[in-house]
Design a protein around this ligand. Structure first.
Ligand SMILES: *Cc1c(COP(=O)(O)O)cnc(C)c1O
Ligand code: SF4
Length: 351
């Protein structure tokens, strides 16, 4: 894989939170750092709170490790039967071909494992992973995830997809990628055509957190995917100082739906080491998700989810609109006004 064109940008001088050079060097020693030209161009050096800079440029606050933070916040390691595989839910498995990303997000939940130096899965490792998938007929969906699957060459991706296509019980392959946004020129028509398979539905999930990331070039890359017949969804991490504002999320999700992308998940930030400055409380997240409910259509609503620390899985944690009461339920409408809903089948738990 040739990542030589992806230089790490120096932190622009004059940022109030940039800290001193030695501390930043320590951040870069602990965690991989890279930004693509497409993302670097979006940064306003005059804005100390620039939401793009905040996502990709190292920050001395990353040296602070808060109680409760862990190097494996969502318990991937406990569910890894083989190198490159995480099998936490029976019907789907995560396949990681390598550890490189086009950018290194400062809040990444896999930040202690991603980076340009990590060993990629070799030919024998890939065969073992494919044999595991082949030997587990309950696996219906294979998710290629960070390291970014769109950083491998289209030819190699074509071979991997062809192998998965040949496994009868695999119906869906999902690619989680930052590339359509962070390095859109990599999404060539050839690559998009590679993602259209005979027997397997290949879905793309793009990671994007701020409407400014969805430039004309990113929009064109997404259009190449959708026009090639690839369904596209999005994943967004709710981040303090980046998008913790219903107006910003509204702009992001409206733009995505206009680009024919269905917002899929809004992730509560995971407790990865050195990321406390990005985290907000669940109550704050619920207030933001609740505010969105009244502002935008259902198409623009992702599910707000938390990955339970320790590997217990992802669950919706959005605002609860229904509460049991002695007569059935009390239901909150989008404005927050309460309504009684008698339910003859009897009260049950709120979802
Ligand atoms: C997030 C995740 C998935 C996918 O979960 P969905 O809810 O289907 O998007 C699968 N496996 C692992 C290990 C995950 O962390
Ligand atoms: S692209 Fe995904 S895996 Fe890579 S650094 Fe960002 S969040 Fe982590």
């Amino acid at each position: 894989m040739d990542l030589s064109d992806r230089k790490t940008r120096a932190v622009p001088t004059g940022r109030s939170d940039a800290g001193d050079a030695a501390a930043l060097a320590e951040v870069a020693r602990r965690y991989a750092t890279a930004i693509t030209p497409a993302m670097a161009e979006l940064i306003d050096p005059a804005d100390p709170d620039d939401p793009i800079a905040r996502q990709f440029l190292p920050d001395v606050r990353e040296l602070n490790e808060a109680p409760g933070e862990r190097s494996d916040p969502i318990g991937d390691v406990a569910h890894s039967p083989l190198p490159g595989l995480i099998h936490r839910y029976a019907d789907r498995v995560l396949l990681t071909l390598h550890h490189a990303c086009p950018v290194y997000c400062r809040f990444c939940f896999r930040r202690t494992r991603v980076g340009p130096g990590g060993a990629a899965l070799d030919a024998a490792g890939l065969e073992a992973a494919l044999a595991y998938i082949d030997g587990h007929p309950e696996i219906w969906e294979v998710i290629l995830s960070g390291g970014d699957p769109l950083l491998i060459s289209p030819r190699r991706l074509d071979r991997v997809l062809g192998r998965l296509d040949a496994i009868g019980h695999v119906g869906v392959v999902r690619l989680h990628s930052r590339v359509p946004v962070a390095d859109p020129s990599r999404v060539t028509p050839d690559l998009a055509a590679t993602l259209r398979r005979a027997d397997t539905a290949v879905w793309m999930s793009v990671h994007t957190n701020h409407p400014r990331e969805l430039t004309e070039d990113a929009a064109a890359a997404i259009a190449r995917l959708v026009d090639a017949g690839v369904p596209v969804v999005s994943q967004t991490v709710l981040l303090r100082g980046v998008n913790d504002d219903p107006a910003i999320l509204e702009a992001l999700f409206r733009r995505l739906v206009r680009l024919r992308v269905k917002p899929y998940y809004l992730h509560h930030p995971d407790a990865a080491p050195g990321t406390a400055h990005f985290r907000l409380s669940l109550a704050e997240g619920q207030a933001i998700a609740g505010a969105l409910r009244g502002r935008v259509s259902g198409l623009c609503q992702p599910t707000y989810v938390l990955d339970i620390p320790g590997g217990h899985g992802k669950v919706p944690v959005g605002p609860c609109h229904a509460r049991p009461d002695p007569n059935g339920w009390t239901i909150a409408d989008p404005k927050g006004d309460l309504h009684s809903y008698p339910d003859d089948a009897g009260p049950s738990e709120c979802d």
